[in-house]
Write a protein that binds this ligand. Sequence first.
Ligand code: AMP
Ligand code: ZN
Length: 469
Amino acid sequence: MKIYNTLSKRKEEFEPLEEGKVKMYVCGPTVYNLIHIGNARPMIVFDTVRRYMEHKGYEVNFVSNFTDVDDKIIKKAIEEGVDASVISERYIAECKKDMQAMNVKPATTHPKATEEICGMLDMIGTLIEKGHAYVAQDGTVYYRTRSFKGYGKLSHKNIDDLQGGNRSLLVTGEDQKEDPLDFVLWKPKKDGEPYWESPWCNGRPGWHIECSVMSRKYLGEEIDIHAGGEDLIFPHHENEIAQSEAANGKPFAKYWMHNAFLNIDNRKMSKSAGNFFTVRDISEKYDLQVLRFFMLSAHYRSPLNFSAELMEAAQNGYERIVTSVTNLNYLLENAASDTMSEDEEKLAQEAEGYIAEFDKAMDDDFNTADAIAAIFELVKFANTNTKQPCSRQFLQRLKEEIVMFSDICGLIVEKKQEMLDSDIEALINERQAARKEKNFKRADEIRNELLDKGIILEDTREGVKWKRA
Ligand code: AMP
Ligand code: ZN
């Protein structure tokens, strides 16, 4: 499996720090509004990376934060006359709803900045002790950027160029800095703002420190993958590296992954520019699975331009897969026989070839565009080779393969109908009767039929128990 590493600007073979495990951190949203579909791109992309890794057998510890203390949150809280936490909690809840609707798995841990202040004070203290940070007169703590030798290694910028010509890249605005390049770790409170006590002043953290702290707390000092949108490379991720590596004395993340922008009219979609659609807006017009399909139809490192035409194309593409699974389900109900014929065995083997194609695409830095092309080829293969009567086993095999690929992409292609309790119990009774008559074939059929619908049976001494998977 190869991953493009922003740090080396090359595709590298993925070798986890610990065998069979992946420690992954993805910078999450600042929660002051409903998320827009630009924010949804990293969510969908890195959820797909996680799903593929899990499919490959890795145990993935996936951490993604919510930035719940920030100027924009505070501004909105003042406008509404409520506490900042009212705003952040509201939009965390809304964000989780959107994630679920896009079939983005919840992270193993979703830490919030306001709940990790202790860890931030601790890391800032260490950085001061080690000479990497200093306290200004007003109690602001700054990171001494030039004290970290590797500064610029992620964004491939030379520190002297930052200070010299390119003023737009300077971190500006504070006058008590030793150097314009220094950035804030802790800042004094202003009136009406939330604040925490610290040895330096009552105040709140700068933005970058939270990710260094949460990543260390939930994943350890060294992690496998750190990810986010490409706008985070500089300064956010560059500053995270400076903080973490200076504090821990170890390399921080092995692989740095960044998705390109979702654009609209070839400009980055963003709240501040006002050229955005929220995920909620899109959900009024499309099934969010279509949005997910749209995002995955391009490679994550290519810019993607949002347009109605591309969304229509995504809708058609997604429906093509859903229709094929629906057809297979219909054929399964009316299958000609149970087990595969010799010809079908050969075809089933041929179909397995698409697994290699799908994996090859995903192993090449998660090329979801090519992976989706492999799904389409399999769908075409299934449609062409099921025109004549087929066995249940053959149809099931084709369906499982299409559903497996779709699952890895996080695309729901089979709407599972919830069975009513009464229907489940009727089938269990029928199975018991079949067993009494020693009709084990029928009894097994019923067990499998229930299993397909996510109902698990357990034969116990007290009788048959069942639960939903
Ligand atoms: P923010 O709430 O602005 O900190 O953004 C949360 C995540 O969304 C970060 O990983 C950003 O890089 C990403 N992001 C924001 N806008 C876009 C966009 N238009 N396209 C792709 N990613 C974006
Ligand atoms: Zn971050």
